[in-house]
Design a protein around this ligand. Structure first.
Ligand code: MG
Ligand code: MG
Length: 271
């Protein structure tokens, strides 16, 4: 059976473990974000995140994740046109005006949190600033739809509508996913969809919502390293992700910092 079909409902105590995993994960992302200066390498950002995981005695499920070959790092660090799955590299240096997407996972007490941010390096162009704002905005539009009784298509549609209304493109080739004891559980959550379609959301479901947004064209290709996904047109891309629970009282983001802020740019989640 493929992972898309394995949907698990979490108890309140399991959600609390996922929240703790998510808080460590947010701290790791914030450390990588704070290391994103001109001259730093993508490996430096990975090391900053790894230091936080080590401090808590936890690990990332990304390390050795099965693929063309086992994934070699704890995070994905994807620069500019790299959309997802960039491999940290000590020779790959950031420069002023770049954007860098950092995706990290944390396993804590058997439960996984998964979250990503895209960070500007110094001052970025107006077009790139808009790309970041729209991508992160689409994540919060989608989170607002994480309500029991809604459908997966409502969440997917919220991403698509927010992005396309602002003239940008969502990927068709990579999706969000349920998350829990496994990093990839069901349901699959595409970044496009039709309201009212797909599985109905239930209290206790936890989904990693992850808008991946491109400029001009939605198409991607995979580099020769067999992991790194880049925009086919070479233009910059952005990726934000939170792990979110459906609760009795509405959506609950599980991947926030201890002070309730997001490690991303929008510091006060609107839900
Ligand atoms: Mg992720
Ligand atoms: Mg994910």
């Amino acid at each position: 059976m493929s992972w898309e079909r394995q949907i698990t409902i979490k108890s309140a105590s399991e959600l609390e473990l996922m929240r703790q995993a998510g808080q460590i994960n947010a701290e790791a992302l914030a450390a990588a974000r704070d290391a994103a200066h001109p001259g730093a390498s993508t490996a430096d950002l990975n090391a900053a995140a790894e230091d936080v995981l080590k401090k808590y005695g936890v690990y990332s499920p990304f390390k050795n994740y099965p693929g063309p070959y086992p994934y070699p790092a704890s995070t994905n660090v994807s620069l500019n046109e790299e959309l997802v799955h960039g491999i940290p590299n000590p020779k790959r240096k950031l420069k002023e005006g770049d954007i860098v997407s950092i995706d990290c996972g944390t396993v804590y007490e058997g439960f996984v949190a998964d979250s990503a941010i895209t960070v500007p390096v110094g001052k970025v162009s107006e077009e790139v600033a808009k790309l970041l704002e729209v991508t992160e905005g689409s994540l919060y539009a989608a989170i607002a739809q994480m309500v029991a009784g809604n459908h997966v298509g409502d969440v997917s549609h919220a991403v698509q509508e927010h992005v396309e209304d602002r003239g940008l493109q969502v990927t068709r080739e990579y999706t969000g996913h349920g998350v829990g004891r496994e990093m990839h559980e069901g349901p699959q959550l595409p970044n496009y969809g039709i309201p009212g379609r797909g599985m109905q959301l239930r209290v206790g479901m936890t989904i990693a919502i992850e808008p991946m947004v491109l400029i001009g064209s939605p198409f991607t290709r995979v580099l020769a390293d067999q992991w790194t996904v880049v925009s086919r047109n070479g233009l910059p891309t952005a990726h934000y992700e939170h792990t979110v629970a459906v609760t009795e009282t509405g959506p609950r983001i599980l991947t926030l910092l201890a002070n309730g802020a997001s490690p991303g740019r929008i510091q006060l989640p609107r839900v």
